[in-house]
Each structure stands twice: as C-alpha cells, then as structure tokens.
Design a protein. Structure first.
Length: 477
C-alpha cells in the first residue's frame, strides 16, 4: 500500500472551475478502491460546498503565518480531505483564482506559495499528523513550488507533477521571488527562474521525479513550440520522465441509465428512450419540438481555445441546415454577445445559456444528437467522453485527448465497429463545417447512426485503468 498526498487547488464536488476538479474528485477515489492510502489537500475556500465542516487537526507555522489544518471527507467516501485554513487568503468571496467580480486575485502568488509550503510541511511529516506520504502528487502551477521545496529536504517523498493545461503557468515578476521569501538556492535558470520571471509551473517540471499529463497525444504536443508555451525545451529534455495518462470520467455521475438530472434514463439496450430527452431539451430551451431535427450541443468555456470562433464563423452557413444548436457556457464577453445575438435572430434554431448549470449540462448530453468540441488544443477533455457514454456523437478537432478518445467515422472504422465520432484536422470554420455536413449524412441513415451510438456507448472511459497506470508510475519511483 502506498501513502499518497494529492495536492490540488480544486476538487469536485467541493469546488470546481474546470477539469482539474473532476480529476481531483475521481482519481483519489479510484486509487482508494485499489487499496491505497490517499489524502487530498487543498485550500479552505469560503465557496466550498457539499462536505462536512472541517474538524480542527493542527496549526502549522510557515513564513510567519499560523495556518490551521482542518479535516473533512470526500462526499460518500473514506478519502480524507485536508483543508489549508488561512482566512486572510482563503475566507473571501470568489473562486480559487478570481474574486467576486471575476478579477484575478492580486495576491494569488502569496496564496498558492503559502499552500505549497503547507503541502511540503505535511509531506515531511512536520504537521503533527503522524503521517508521511510515499508520493506527493501535485497538479498544475498552483502546486508547482512543492517539488521545488521538497528538493531541498533530506529524504523527501517522491513527487509526481501532472500538467492539466500548459497554458496556465503561474508567472510572476522576479520581485515576487523575494517577496514570497522563497529559498535562494531555487533561483536559477534550471530552477524557478524563467526569462527573469518567477515560474510556479517550472518548479513542478524541473524538480518532480515524474511529470505526467492528461493524454498521450498532449504529452507529445507540449514538447513542441505550438503547445509548450516556451517550456517545450525543458519538457523535451525531461522526455524520459514524461508520460501521458488519459483522464477517466466518473461513470456513476455520468451514466444515462441512472442520471437524476435527465428527463428519461436510458442505456444501450433502451436507446429509443434517448428521444424523450431531445424533446425535453427542446422544450426547456424554447426550441420548436421536432424529433427528426438533429440537435447540436456545446458545453464549455466560450473562448478561442475551445474553437468557439470557428463555430461563430461557420454559424451563418450552418443555420441554413435543418438543425438546432444549444450552447451552455461562459467566457469572452464578445463571444457571449455574438451567440446571444444569433439566438435573438434565430430563436427557432439557436438557444444559449450563459453561465454554468450542472443539471442542464447533463440534459444537453442526453438530449443532443451531436456534440461540438472543435478545440484548438485540448489536454484531455471530458465532454467528448461524456457524450460517447450518452450516445451523443462528438465532432472534434484532432488534438490532445480528443485525438486519443474519438475514432473518426471512416469506411474502415465503420466496418470494424470502432467508429465513435467525427474528427477534423485544420483550425478553420470550413473544415469544421465539412465535418458537420459529413456527420449529418450519417445522421440520416438511422441504422448506421444507431450503430455509431452503440460503438460510442460501449467505450470504457472509467478511472480504473488510469488509476492502475498511475499506480504503476508510483511503483517505478
């Protein structure tokens, strides 16, 4: 049995802004089922929900701050969650990264530096908990200082650093290094220094014993200038320590047979029941009810990374097709405005909900026929896996985890029963539109479409195999 400390800035269902929270809420559970001793550690934000109030464990002094550690549990599990409780930093309205008005926290460096120091103290068994991990599993830039701090310790636990998105790096002016009172021996070009700035993510990349990312294709992509954001050289240098392990999904939460958020549950053998969800979605979104019309869904951030600009550029042509489009998400205000304008001009074809709504997300996955995910880059992506589980056929760009999880519908893949979606290469509205039209040809052939749905629903995206791969990685180090 391994003792694993899982350090993360967010965990579903306690608090979530993106895919990291889903991983943090699922991978520790899967490791627990493999009889590992896992503890999650995260900041005690004011916005945390869905868990028991934390009970006081101890107080740890770091950098002249008295920080409390509280203990609660991942809901419905035996996995302890240790909450790093420092009210001046964390007991304020907002989410982990931005305040109530959507502005980045001005003291975000201070917040996560303090968090990393506490993780390092717990890892070295200096937090009065009488528990020392064998492995500290860190996630994204917010925990990047942990491997760096541990590198200065005698007989420290091994560290694994997982990149969920290279685009977010935790870059700060050089003065922040001094202001954060970090150990001087970490400030050099092979350490935390990045072109004269302080880089949190570089701490994880330079000092962790192993680096993982969330899909095999993304592990290759981040070693190139297009996806490496200036750190591709370091990643290529550490290639022997870098691997891509595909994220799983929570197959209990995302299961059309038992989903409490959808109008009608269904499974592979009762696929006809999926049609009731389309009608419910059309009614909910005030679209004309028409069982024959294909409904396209999109759930996600309305930002360029997700290819929303490709959809906006193609929509005038797409709206001439017999189809409906349902959008759920938030992001760049200009994208939100343009989508809302399409919904105003074409109320019988376009429905838009700005913001995030978990029940509606489930209803879209169940009610749509086709899911749009034309991302410019996508480290792993989860919605394309949810969609396949719900028999909703994804249209994706060939990048990152999308390339690893969706099998393009071609004569060969149709023949051998592996086709599960539609894949296109170029980041252009034209190639996306072409993929959509290719998909609609298949949609009209009901028997072939039904087979495509069954292929998709039979894919295994559970966490079990991913957890086994992480365990093998822990064993290696």
């Amino acid at each position: 049995m391994k003792k694993i400390l899982f350090a993360t800035s967010e965990t579903h269902p306690l608090i979530k802004t993106g895919g990291l929270a889903d991983v943090a809420g699922s991978l520790p559970l899967a490791l627990g089922e493999l009889e590992q001793d896992v503890r999650i550690i995260m900041p005690n934000y004011q916005a945390i929900r869905n868990c028991e109030p934390g009970r006081y464990l101890c107080t740890v002094k770091v950098n002249n701050c008295d920080v409390n550690l509280l203990e609660t549990w991942l809901p419905g599990s035996q996995i302890p969650v240790w909450l790093v409780d420092y009210p001046p930093f964390f007991k304020v309205p907002g989410n982990p990264y931005v305040d109530d008005n959507g502005m980045p926290w001005p003291n975000i460096g201070d917040r996560f530096a303090l968090f990393c120091r506490i993780v390092a103290e717990v890892a070295m068994n200096r937090a009065y908990l009488d528990w020392q991990p064998d492995i500290v599993h860190c996630n994204d830039w917010q925990t990047g200082l942990v491997p760096a701090l541990l590198s200065l310790e005698h007989q420290h636990p091994a560290s694994v650093f997982t990149i969920h998105n290279m685009a977010y790096q935790g870059l700060f002016p050089a003065t922040a290094f001094t202001l954060l009172n970090l150990p001087g021996q970490l400030w050099h070009p092979e350490g935390l220094e990045y072109h004269g700035m302080l880089s949190f993510i570089k701490g994880g990349l330079a000092y962790a014993e192993r680096i993982t990312t969330v899909s095999p294709t993304y592990a290759q992509e981040i070693q190139t200038p297009e996806f490496g954001y200036g750190l591709e050289g370091l990643l290529a240098h550490k290639q022997s320590q870098l691997s891509g392990i595909l994220n799983g999904i929570d197959t209990e939460v995302w299961n059309p047979a038992i989903d409490p958020h959808i109008a009608q549950t269904y499974g592979m053998k009762t696929l006809n029941d999926k049609a009731a969800n389309k009608i419910a979605l059309q009614q909910q979104m005030n679209l004309p009810v028409d069982a024959e019309l294909p409904v396209f869904g999109l759930i996600g951030r309305l930002v360029e990374q997700k290819g929303i600009d490709l959809i906006l550029a193609g929509l005038p042509e797409l709206l001439e097709l017999p189809a409906q489009f349902v959008f759920l998400g938030s992001g760049d205000k200009s994208n939100e405005y343009r989508l809302m304008e399409f919904a105003r001009l074409y109320p019988e074809k376009v429905a838009v909900t700005i913001g995030y709504n978990e029940p509606l997300a489930h209803q879209i996955e169940a009610g749509a026929d086709i899911f749009l995910m034309p991302s410019r880059f996508e480290p792993c992506g989860l919605n394309q896996m949810y969609s396949q589980r719900y028999g909703t056929i994804p249209i994706v760009r060939k990048t990152g985890g999308l390339a690893d999880t969706v099998v393009d519908t071609l004569p060969e893949s149709i023949a051998n029963g592996t086709a599960t979606g539609f894949v296109f290469n170029d980041t252009s509205a034209a190639t996306l539109t072409e993929a959509i039209k290719r998909c609609l040809v298949m949609f009209r052939h009901k028997k072939d479409w039904r087979q495509l749905q069954r292929n998709a629903m039979s894919r295994d995206f559970s966490w079990q195999s991913s957890a086994q791969r992480y365990l093998a990685l822990y064993d290696e180090i």
